[in-house]
Design a protein around this ligand. Structure first.
Ligand SMILES: [Zn+2]
Length: 166
């Protein structure tokens, strides 16, 4: 069941601070009752994700109303056109998060904005040796366990990077 929604709809989803999310009381069940919450989109909106109808969303406001997931836990979701909301199916595995391009932040989520839109996540560098040798004039430098996150703008193609460390 492919989604047939215009690009402007997905642009609105990518710009939204939160999206409507339905969390079933039993995972992977379409017959269970749903808890209606808000969610933060964690994966990329791209043509493949839309074609596969697979997104990763972090719920906000569950407050332990279901027993299989918690607030801010990344959930594998589909967009349900009939209900006009995303519907959670399961807790997203590490493989699913990688395939759907969810940045693995080591500190708080930090997504730069460009053209009034959260930037599109390109990928991350977790190589602990890449910044290991400081330049001679250094006062502060990265610890050995640092990650760098690369983003681009889907409107103007500007690129930005974010660095985080433990
Ligand atoms: Zn831009």
């Amino acid at each position: 069941m492919g989604l047939d929604l215009p690009a402007s709809f997905w642009d609105g989803i990518a710009r939204a601070w939160t999206v409507p999310l339905l969390v079933p009381t039993i995972p992977k069940s379409s017959h269970a009752s749903f808890v209606e919450v808000k969610g933060r989109l964690a994966s990329s909106i791209n043509v493949r994700a839309i074609e596969q109808n697979r997104f990763v969303i972090k719920p906000i406001g569950l407050n332990n109303r279901v027993d299989w997931c918690r607030d801010f836990e990344p959930l594998l979701c589909v967009y349900d056109e009939k209900r006009q909301a995303f519907r959670a199916n399961s807790v997203a595995s590490d493989e699913q998060k990688a395939a759907l391009r969810v940045p693995a932040f080591i500190q708080d989520e930090e997504i730069p904005v460009c053209c009034e839109k959260p930037m599109y996540f390109v990928g991350q560098i977790d190589d602990n040796r890449i910044c290991a040798e400081p330049p001679p004039e250094f006062k502060y430098w990265w610890h050995d366990a640092a990650s760098f996150y690369v983003f681009t703008c889907s409107v103007c193609m500007e690129c930005k990077a974010v660095g985080q460390q433990f």
